[in-house]
Write a protein that binds this ligand. Sequence first.
Ligand SMILES: [Ca+2]
Ligand SMILES: [Ca+2]
Length: 169
Amino acid sequence: MDKFIILLFLTGVHAQCPDGFTTTGGSCYKLMTHIKQSWIDSRDYCILGGTQLLQIDSADEQLAIEGLLNTTFYVPGDNSTVRVEIWLAAGDFLAENEFRWFNADGSSDLITGYTNYAPGEPNNRGYIEHCVEIQFDIHSAMWYDNRCDDRRNFICETSLGSNVNNIIG
Ligand SMILES: [Ca+2]
Ligand SMILES: [Ca+2]
């Protein structure tokens, strides 16, 4: 009986993701499959919902996101057509080649930790690529800098136990 009560207590305090979000590891994610927007509009959309545009801080988190993309987009038996681009909350539009994570509160942090750029990236092709995206297909999910005005799908991220505005849900 004591064990049962303790189990109920632990279950009650366990932090959950908001409705519609996927939990993997220590964070909650919502993949916007039905909207493509510029980098700034994607970022603002997540912030209006009480979340942030996706930041990937570790190889574990990268794997979690690859799993989410695979689950969402991979069609069994179809090896050719899956190709999706997803914004990350990273860019170098404040200072060229100084890539930062942009936080929901308006602050930003120089990226000094994990990255997963494709070979030769970021390359600032045409001198107009200042926002970072994932290019996902069935083989890889590497990072590229690209044009901030391009319209992409995106992922909003929030922490376990947080509340979100229902525009996201
Ligand atoms: Ca994250
Ligand atoms: Ca590039």
